[in-house]
Design a protein around this ligand. Structure first.
Ligand SMILES: [Fe+2]
Length: 392
């Protein structure tokens, strides 16, 4: 009788042991594959400046001088350049402060669209402008492409006329989309972003565009992007860089951008988390104090922290908070940790307005996020074994 009881116990142990071994054999090569195809870090301490709505006057020049003195190595301009369709004059200002070969990438703004396309000088407006001033002639996309070629950066597609392109620079993946409105956002830009980021292995990714959804800015901008671009970037763990409203504001970590839901597991205003998943998590900022003008705080009042609306805002800096021009800086791969970054907004008077840290998830792609980790499979196998033991 006792022998009869013991035999099945031994058999079940052998079976569970075999299952464990098989699971280990299945999972370990995957873990190995994950570590060999390691997510790609940025250069250590890669500092990037984010600006928008700059104009091409004395204040833009001050912002560029700030960017230079802070030691930023890349500029991402979220659109609305000089408000004058004078691409040549606009880039001449940039070159005079930062140098001809300074990495300068941009999303097209609604005020840039007439002179964006490479063939823009064929338009009536440009012919008129050219006749008035040779200096301002040119097309923004052409200047950006020429600059990229000069510094050895190749966009995913040489055609920037569709307002969508992506580049990788010093380990930072950047996807730029246009200003064509919510329909374009939902049907063209969001699928393009998905295509660019779904199988991407860079730790840090940026989505850059000009316009907003009303709830993702604190001024009076209408819904002009659609939610799909925001949700796609967030689910793919990309930081969302915008402008259009002429002030600076930044959210906490959100798991739903459309519904402004703060990530309960990463809710601090100054310690942010980004990572892909279903849902993923990320944050949104508007950096629109590049030099053109400064607007007021109209949504999500009161004007002091923790502000209003749904608790999504970590920092708001408008004329109501005494704002002046400046730039948001993010330094990636700091303190010897490729997954750690630090952000700060500094104005042209040298005042630091906002500081925060960001951590990137351990899983850098949806494929990795969906793959059950070896530890989970092992613990499930152990649970089964324990159940067998209890039956013993
Ligand atoms: Fe603007």
């Amino acid at each position: 009788m006792r022998r009869d009881v013991l035999q099945p116990n031994r058999a079940s142990r052998v079976i569970v042991g075999a299952v464990l071994t098989a699971l280990l054999a299945l999972t370990l090569p995957q873990s190995h594959a994950q570590s060999t195809a390691a997510p790609i870090p940025t250069d250590p301490s890669l500092k990037v400046a984010f600006i928008g709505d700059s104009g091409n006057g004395a204040d833009f020049r001050r912002v560029l001088e700030l960017i230079k003195s802070e030691g930023a190595r890349v500029v991402l301009h979220q659109g609305d350049f000089d408000y004058a369709d004078s691409a040549g004059a606009f880039f001449a200002t940039i070159d005079s402060v930062l140098g001809r070969d300074f990495p300068y990438f941009a999303s097209v703004g609604n005020h840039d669209v007439e002179s964006w396309r490479e063939g823009c000088s064929d338009s009536r407006m440009q012919r008129l402008l050219r006749s008035l001033s040779r200096r301002g002639a040119g097309c923004y996309a052409k200047f950006l492409k020429t600059r990229m070629a000069r510094i050895g950066v190749t966009p995913d597609d040489p055609d920037l006329d569709d307002q969508m392109y992506s580049v990788t620079y010093r380990g930072l993946k950047m996807v730029f989309v246009g200003e064509g409105g919510a329909r374009a956002g939902n049907t063209l830009y969001a699928p393009y972003i998905q295509d660019q980021l779904a199988s991407d292995d860079h730790i840090w990714r940026i989505c850059s565009w000009h316009k907003n959804q009303n709830a993702m800015q604190v001024g009076d901008k209408d819904d002009a992007m659609g939610w799909r671009v925001y949700e796609t970037c967030k689910d793919l763990g990309a930081i969302i860089a915008t402008a259009h409203e002429h002030s600076y504001h930044r959210t906490k970590t959100l798991t739903s951008i459309q519904n402004q839901i703060v990530d309960a597991s990463c809710s601090s205003p100054d310690n942010l988390c980004v990572g892909s998943g279903s849902p993923g998590r990320s944050f949104v900022f508007v950096s629109g104090l590049g030099g053109e003008s400064i607007r007021s705080h109209q949504r999500c009042l009161p004007s002091t922290f923790p502000y209003g609306c749904n608790g999504e805002w970590a920092k708001i800096y408008t004329s109501d908070q005494g704002a002046t021009f400046g730039a948001l800086f993010i330094t990636f791969n700091i303190d010897g940790d490729p997954r750690k970054a630090q952000g700060y907004f500094k104005n042209i008077n040298g005042e630091i307005i906002d500081t925060f840290e960001i951590r990137a998830n351990a899983f850098s792609s949806l494929t990795a996020a969906r793959r059950p980790p070896a530890a989970l499979l092992l613990s499930q196998a152990k649970l089964q074994r324990d159940r067998h033991s209890r039956q013993d």
